[in-house]
Design a protein around this ligand. Sequence first.
Ligand SMILES: Cc1cc2nc3c(=O)[nH]c(=O)nc-3n(C[C@H](O)[C@H](O)[C@H](O)COP(=O)(O)O)c2cc1C
Length: 257
Amino acid sequence: MHRRRPTSGWPLTVKYRNRIEEGEDSILTVQRARHGRFRCFPRTVRRLTVAEARESATFPAMSEVPLQVLAVVGSLRERSVTRIVLEHVVERLRARGAAVDLLDLSLEPLPLYNPDTAYDHPAFPPLQARVEHADVYLLGTPDYHGSISSPLKNFLDHFWREFAGKLFAPLVASHEKGLTAIDQLRTVARQCYAWSLPYGVSFLEDDVGEDVVLNPKLVQRLEMFEHDARVYGSLLARQRRADLAGVDPGFLARYRK
Ligand SMILES: Cc1cc2nc3c(=O)[nH]c(=O)nc-3n(C[C@H](O)[C@H](O)[C@H](O)COP(=O)(O)O)c2cc1C
């Protein structure tokens, strides 16, 4: 005899915001049975204003603290093209509301990392506060022997927990697309429980003039890069804050204070 599936204990429950336009904002609870049928339970929550509706449709919400970016120049060269490209992205980020802290390792040199002494160095606590404060790390490096530069690696070695749940965004000066250097930054991100953009941007010396990015294709790629670093950085920052404040068993649980 055919029996109807009981309505309680359905396996999957999804809740999502039903409408993001002016008017009623409702939460729609959808339950889906294994055999594919759906049950919906709309529940009106409250009315949204136009501004709120627009805000909830884009990230980050305008009412939130601005995205905090730490931009690290990993070349010590005076006429570094990495610095010029990084500054180009920094300007765009600032113009779109991000707060950017520029760390130029040629102006603020870090001693070579030694675990026995690094944390007692007077320069460490203020730098740690800057690293801790950031949501996104814009990491600029020249490609040296298919690797990231030693100043950038030295900077990264000083930190670990500070990077967890945040976003790495790599920029590489390279004659060879910088893929191995980008991969190394992804590896560092993984080791530190950070996220990485799914791509990096590389460029040649000829793409850059005296203090300006010349190549229009690179300008276009940097627009995309700036957008993605800002948008995905904001999403991750928001979720990271929620996870740190919450009680759910995500990977950030271990970083709760
Ligand atoms: C020691 C050294 C090693 C380098 N190795 C590579 C390399 O393996 N692949 C590459 O594409 N470029 C390599 N380069 C070239 C630099 O990546 C390139 O000149 C870059 O634009 C320098 O960036 P900067 O102007 O920001 O310092 C190397 C340069 C130096 C000095």
